[in-house]
Write a protein that binds this ligand. Sequence first.
Ligand code: PSU
Ligand code: MN
Length: 299
Amino acid sequence: MTNDLTSSNAQPFVALESTVITHGLPYPQNLTLANDMEAAVRAHGAEPRTIGIVQGELIAGLSSEQLAYLASAAQAPEQHNLHKVSRRDLPIAVARRWNGGTTVATTMWIAHRHGISVFATGGIGGVHRGDGADVSADLQELAQTPVIVVCAGAKAILNLPATLEYLETFGVSVVGWGTDEFPAFYSHQSGLPVDVCCQAASEVAAIWRAKQALGLPGGLLVTVPAPKEEEIPAAEIEPVIQQAVAEAAEQGLRSAQVTPFLLSRVAQLTGEHSLRANLALLKNNATVAAQIAVALGAD
Ligand code: PSU
Ligand code: MN
């Protein structure tokens, strides 16, 4: 591994994922977004480390050339041996020297190995609608790896009540950033409660320190509503999601193919609006993660 970080370094770090770049957004918006997220972290006093895989090497802190390469390779993944890499794919990616975007699960795992404890993303994976056996490895990673994951909740392409039940079973506390309701990515409403509402980064840091002091394993989920001006009401997005979920079932999609298909289909059907919302909430999550990283460093 390169770019080893020492945990004694006083600089607060924020990890960023790369599946959103390789399998979540179109080129060139994916590259602009990756750079904007890094800039948002720096503007709030922390150091970004975008995590990804280049020729089988797990990298915590992609260079701007590596970021540009992964973003443009997303246009022709087969040609570039570019994969979405979740936990079960890690040993294969290393042995076969894949290029890869890391999911929330693998980004958490790599971040932790580099001493980084705060991570910003868009939406986490979860329990899928319909096929209750399709459960993202993100949830198991949250159960076992000590990283604070800052996100906009999870997309309503998932079964959100089942996703929250899973997190409860595995002891993952869910924080609402200035909200009592679990955000559903584009929409603020899910009708589901979070475990606690925090108004400031210092409150999240206090919960994290308590978790460490108690010796409880696993991560913490901090859910941030999308910026108000870009929010898409649940009633507007729900029919689109139902259509996308039905198409995925008709096409017999399985396993790792399901999430990228649903993401791109919902984006197609809602057009520019959802892309704008997606970009805005990702940047917003990066600023919240930076504030939490700074608060954690301020002990
Ligand atoms: N949800 C989103 N955007 C994303 C993802 C999920 O709204 O980009 C990506 C994340 O990288 C997440 C992964 O970790 O999809 C989950 O995939 P799966 O359901 O196959 O575990
Ligand atoms: Mn899955």
